[in-house]
Design a protein around this ligand. Structure first.
Ligand code: PEP
Ligand code: MN
Length: 449
């Protein structure tokens, strides 16, 4: 900290400031200039916030950041937060968190969970307690919703996030969810920040409706200082004079934060815009500006949602957005995620739930196999129909990779059997296409004769 004295400051006033600094156990270094005296302070400056009020003081300038734990120590420093099998931050792929604003029923949640999981979301969201502006609006299902979220995690393997609004609820959240969300309205609920700071779960801290970036980072500091190092920041729009959108999504916060903190940063285009049609464009913009993840509201029937229906995407809309994120390579293609189900823990849940999860996996497998066949077909289309499109060397490599095994209960021999079948079926697709082209050529030649 640097204390700049007024040009008119007397020797006594300079001595008074120096004494006050030293009385608080800090060191003061005087630099006497021609016009004014400047005092450098070394030590814990939080204890001397009163210096600006002392006689003769013109300005007090902070040099080090007030958020010591949240601040970046080295340029480019980044923290990675682990949420079950998912990692967010340093070098991670864009992590999509999606689900309904509020958990409304078992069917609504499970249906949405399966949809977002199939489309490539890595975390399921759902509000159990909803901080609503009006006391007459739907307030959330409370504890039963937490239990449904835990069930949805068991069924889909997706970790779950939900908003905690009361410090007394942190313990029950710890038991049921993987990430605790602190909502915009509670960003400066210091009792809540301290309570989630004592949780063993990662915390997603939303930016307050009218919070500056510094206030937001100081709120994060509360959680870090209470002992929880796993904080993720979420830009969700701020209040401005603009009424065309629900909030003004401050995407510049992402690169600003990148220069100030090592914590992961995600963007919530749903609350940031308030309108379904704006969610996709701003999600892409959030990805483009370098966010580590996106938080997106998705509902099976947005028109009848009990909260935030206007900004919730229907399943097809969410699927289209995920396609676009994949096309632009912000998230990996489905094929590259093929090993993801193996990372998912097989949790102890009922047989029905396990079977539902198998059905879900089968549906994804079918999609992947079709995708592979479509690619093989495209290769055949670009080749001479008299030559087969498959490349024997690549096929052999693939079978060799299978024979070397991928972690999981299947032996290399069993895995080879699966790939062998996939390859044969793929070749059959290529052969059928080649034959139809050759037959068409023959017909054309016959007609010419
Ligand atoms: C929410 O995520 O549903 C929510 C209430 O968000 P925010 O705190 O950003 O308004
Ligand atoms: Mn919402």
């Amino acid at each position: 900290m640097i204390v700049v004295m007024r040009p008119s400051a007397t020797q006594d006033e300079v001595e008074g400031v120096k004494r006050s600094i030293e009385e608080h156990g800090l060191e003061a270094f005087l630099s006497v200039g021609e016009e004014r005296t400047v005092i450098g302070v070394v030590g814990d400056v939080e204890r001397i916030s009163h210096l600006g009020t002392l006689p003769g003081v013109d300005q007090v300038i902070r040099v080090s950041s007030p958020y010591k734990l949240a601040s970046m120590q080295e340029p480019g420093e980044r923290t990675r937060v682990r949420i079950g099998p998912v990692e967010i931050g340093l070098g991670s792929e864009l992590v999509i968190m999606a689900g309904p604003c509020a958990v409304e029923s078992r069917e609504q949640l499970l249906e949405t969970a399966r949809c977002v999981g199939r489309e490539g979301a890595r975390i399921l969201r759902g509000g159990a307690w909803k901080p609503r502006t009006s006391p007459y609006s739907f307030q959330g299902l409370g504890v039963p919703a937490l239990k449904l979220l835990a069930e949805a995690r068991d069924v889909t393997g997706l970790p779950v996030i939900s908003e905690v609004t009361d410090p007394g609820d942190v313990e029950i959240f710890d038991q049921h969810v993987d990430v605790l969300q602190v909502g915009a309205r509670n960003m400066q609920n210091f009792a809540l920040l301290k309570a989630v700071g004592q949780s063993r779960r990662p915390v997603l801290l939303k930016r307050g409706l009218s919070a500056t970036i510094e206030e937001w980072l100081l709120a994060a500091e509360y959680i870090l200082a209470a002992g929880n190092p796993n904080v993720i920041l979420c830009e969700r729009g701020i209040r401005t004079f603009e009424t065309a959108t629900r909030n003004t999504l401050d995407l510049s916060a992402v690169p600003v934060l990148r220069g100030r903190t090592h914590l992961p940063i995600i963007v919530d285009p749903s609350h940031g815009t308030g309108h379904r049609s704006l969610v996709g464009p701003m999600a892409l913009a959030g990805a483009a500006v370098g966010a580590d993840g996106l938080l997106i509201e998705v509902h099976p029937d947005p028109a009848n949602a009990r909260s935030d229906g206007d900004q919730s995407l229907a399943f097809e809309e969410f699927g289209a957005l995920m396609d676009e994120l994949r096309r632009l390579q912000f998230v990996r293609a489905a094929g590259e995620r093929a090993s993801a189900p193996l990372e998912r823990p097989v949790v102890a849940s009922g047989v029905d739930d396990l079977r539902e999860r198998i059905d879900d996996t089968d549906a994804r497998l079918a999609d992947l196999i079709q995708e592979r066949a479509a690619l093989a077909l495209e290769v055949q289309r670009r080749r001479d129909p008299h030559v087969h499109g498959h490349d024997v060397r690549r096929e052999r490599d693939l079978l060799e990779r299978a024979a070397n095994g991928t972690p999981g209960p299947m032996t290399p021999v069993e895995l080879t059997m699966v790939f062998d079948a996939v390859l044969r079926a793929s070749r059959s697709v290529q052969r059928r296409h080649a034959q139809s082209v050759v037959a068409a050529e023959d017909t054309a030649v016959g007609n010419d004769r």
